[in-house]
Design a protein. Sequence first.
Length: 153
Amino acid sequence: MKNSLLKNSFSNSSGHFKYGYLLVEGMMSMIICVLGIWLITTTIWANNHDQQNQTLNFYSCVQLLESDHYQFEVCEVKPDWEVVLYSPKTHKYYHFQKYSNMLRLTGDRKGHLRSLTDVHYVHFEKKEGCLQTRVIFNNGEKYVAYSRLEFKK
């Protein structure tokens, strides 16, 4: 009786046995599980990687302000929008400003250099002899930097 039940459960309608059916089913389950785990790990890694990129981008932007290539001097600070800078090396005025959802460095004429993207809020302030730059990104991350720049009188 046991043999007939076992025979019926593993036979198809034509009476032939399906050897390896459980093996294939198990392999497919393993593949689906591995793909699910890979998808979750990739999503977590991408999320952490984006946060690290914002940190690197912010400090790269601050490094541009403090670079020896320009040796910027602060001419005017407009707190929630822009800083007017002068470079004695290039003998030009520059505007470091929030435009749309980015921070950019522009000259008096055409063109701009995009410094930061996905910027929600920016605030510039002269504080303790430094230029304080506060940035809040669209994802909620907040950064503050103090740049030792000369202030033109």
